[in-house]
Design a protein. Structure first.
Length: 275
């Protein structure tokens, strides 16, 4: 397999750490971001970086073509990582909000994967790694939009893994759980755009929860790990000759994967609600 990888969402967090970590291991890394200013910053530290915006089909097509030109028509691996959240109760979530988040968190992943598969097919080898979440395994209140995209992406990835058998292309899910990142801060504009919480029947609940969204954290959340923990599992997913279908990262993800398998639904719901 060609030791080159295209990574999305590299402006910070998981994507940035993965780009740095894999470059240090000798991979040729194409580290993409939605904003040119972030690409400039990454190029200043020696990474090959250019724009890729999941919400823009033209941007995806141009990014793949750039990889093709820069690497002589080859690409060894793809790490679909970029995503965003839109917090809020499902009854307050309008159709447009769901359409917007699915465009990025699901349709963008699919569009990018199908555009790089021909390069991998031609080489007879490749690896597609999709970044899911503990919320792709179990639901959680106030996160319905994000949960919906991750549950859908898990199913789509499983199907793609089955369909790619015999092609030399491995398809893998990474299941992070709580990781230090900017996803909470980045969700604020989406919450403010779509959730009319003051006119919601849940207004008092929102009011009691807003500090979690807007207040800077004093310390990491329970079970939270740094992005390097994801990179460590990503390395296994990429470099193992026979990768597993799923790689869990945090204790929360291991716990919830086990709980989903062993507990009856009422008890699992209780456990999730207790946090």
């Amino acid at each position: 397999m060609d030791k080159s990888i295209l990574i999305t969402g590299c402006s910070s967090g998981i994507g940035l750490d993965a780009a740095r970590g894999l470059k240090a291991r000798g991979w040729r890394v194409f580290a993409t971001c939605r904003q040119e200013a972030d690409c400039d910053r990454l190029r200043a530290e020696g990474l090959e970086s250019f724009v890729l915006d999941y919400a823009d089909e033209t941007s995806i097509a141009q990014a793949v073509e750039r990889v093709r030109e820069l690497n002589n028509g080859r690409l060894g691996a793809l790490f679909n990582n970029g995503a965003f959240a839109c917090p809020g109760a499902l009854e307050d979530l309008p159709r447009g909000a769901l359409r917007e988040i699915f465009e990025v968190n699901l349709f963008g992943y699919h569009d990018l994967a199908r555009r790089v598969i021909p390069m991998m097919r031609a080489a007879g080898a490749g690896r597609i790694v999709n970044c899911s979440s503990v919320l792709g395994l179990v639901p959680m209140k106030w996160r319905g939009a994000y949960v919906a995209t991750k549950f859908a992406m898990e199913g789509m990835t499983d199907v793609l893994r089955l369909e790619m058998r015999g092609t030399g292309i491995g398809v893998v899910l990474i299941e992070p759980g709580p990781i230090t990142s900017r996803i909470r801060e980045n969700s604020i504009p989406h919450f403010e755009k779509w959730i009319d919480w003051e006119n919601s029947p849940r207004a008092e609940e929102y009011r009691s929860l807003l500090h979690r969204l807007y207040k800077a954290k004093d310390a990491p959340d329970r079970f939270e790990l740094p992005p390097a923990a994801v990179t460590a599992q990503l390395v296994k997913a990429l470099e193992s000759p026979r990768p597993r279908a799923r790689y869990y990262v945090t204790r929360a993800t291991y716990l919830m994967a086990f709980a989903r398998w062993i507990l009856p639904r009422p008890l699992l719901d209780w456990l999730i609600t207790k946090g």
